[in-house]
Write a protein that binds this ligand. Structure first.
Ligand code: HEC
Ligand code: HEC
Length: 312
């Protein structure tokens, strides 16, 4: 529960807190009993303005002082009741995670039946229900928009989910599987296998030719055989991709990382996603534990609806 690495710091923080509060009380008491009159003369701070306007050293007004005492009592009561002193848990046993769990449970009781109702229905049917789509959109904004954009239009490295061009497939069950288990399509760095920059440029020009982009014929012709021996294993002999691996279709002129010669060369040289996956970071994280099946069902319906022109 606690983030302290040793008991010392728990005591250190606790002691400083208690001593500071008590010191405030002592200071307050001392100043409230300060003498107003010294040797028959009013005690002044020694400051004088406008010739004879002197500042008297009077105690604070009573009501003001009592407010301070009340805050001190409040502060002490707070650290007895709640976890405020080092590792001490507080007599109420309150924790932020406990409160979060309670709120989650309440939400599950309140909204669970609604999600369960949708879960019984086919995703295509849920996608046709405007209310379900509105719920799906809210879930999307909270859980997916940071990567796919609030309109699901994607960005560099993050697929557009509205264009009906799919890495893994756009049928309802595949979309649901993408969200449930996450996706990690990795393209390894292949610059070395292409025999250096010149070879990379040749293959890149062949890739450009696949979608009818401007390219160097000679280089493309040279790159074709390299493509067939190495790239075709994942992107297919015709470059149309492989949905089982998430390797993109290279013939449709829709680009995840960019379709310029330099962007394609970068993809071949550095690979895509390999560093992240090697570091244990998911490109598209699995959501089954975070959201649960019923919410994912509604989300899948929302995402599915985005690329169905008649159901938008
Ligand atoms: C941390 C960033 C991130 C988050 C958060 C995220 N995604 Fe993704 N998503 C990705 C990336 C990156 C890919 C592509 C993975 C790949 O290339 O293998 C992807 C792929 C997908 C795909 C497959 C697309 C295709 O063309 O087949 C779907 C569907 C999808 N995401 C939906 C969602 C939904 C719904 C959510 C919210 C629950 C979500 N994503 C949250 C980054 C993210
Ligand atoms: C081991 C399988 C594999 C091999 C081999 C492979 N790729 Fe890929 N490639 C992928 C995957 C998977 C992606 C998508 C990466 C992602 O989703 O982040 C990809 C992405 C790309 C992209 C980016 C497409 C875009 O839309 O921006 C290009 C270009 C590309 N590959 C070209 C090639 C070329 C050229 C070769 C051969 C030199 C090659 N690939 C070899 C799996 C592979």
């Amino acid at each position: 529960m606690s983030d302290f690495t040793s008991d010392f710091w728990a005591w250190y923080v606790g002691a400083i807190t208690v001593i500071s509060v008590l010191a405030c009380a002592v200071l307050l008491y001392a100043s409230s009993t300060a003498q107003v009159v010294k040797d028959g003369q009013p005690d002044t701070t020694g400051h004088t303005w406008d010739e004879d306007l002197s500042e008297w050293n009077n105690p604070l007004p009573r009501w003001w002082m009592w407010m301070f005492y009340i805050t001190i009592v409040f502060g002490l009561a707070y650290v007895v009741l709640y976890p405020g002193l080092g590792n001490y848990a507080g007599v109420l046993g309150w924790t932020s995670t406990g409160q979060f769990d309670d709120e989650q449970k309440q939400a599950a009781v309140q909204y669970g039946p609604m999600f369960d109702k949708y879960l019984q229905q086919d995703i295509v049917k849920v996608a046709a229900d405007p209310e379900a789509r509105a719920i799906g959109q809210r879930l999307f904004l909270n859980n997916c928009a940071q990567c796919h954009g609030s309109d699901a239009g994607g960005g560099k490295g993050f697929p557009n989910l509205r264009d009906n061009d799919w890495l893994y497939g756009g049928d309802p069950e595949t979309i649901k599987a993408s969200i449930t288990n996450g996706r990690n399509g990795v393209m390894p760095p292949l610059g070395g296998a292409m025999g250096g920059d010149d070879g990379v440029k040749d293959v890149a020009n062949y890739v450009l030719s696949l979608s009818g982009r401007t390219h160097d014929e000679l280089r493309a012709a040279r790159g074709k055989s390299k493509f067939s021996t190495i790239c075709a294993a994942c992107h297919g002999p015709d470059g149309k991709g492989n949905k089982a691996l998430g390797s993109p279709n290279l013939t449709d002129d829709i680009w995840l990382y960019g379709g310029s010669e330099s962007a394609i060369m970068e993809t071949i040289n550095k690979g895509r996603g390999a560093n992240m996956v090697a570091a244990g970071v998911s490109m598209m994280p699995a959501h089954k534990d975070v959201l649960g099946e019923a919410k994912i069902h509604v989300l899948a319906a929302y995402v599915y609806s985005l690329s169905q022109p008649d159901k938008k």
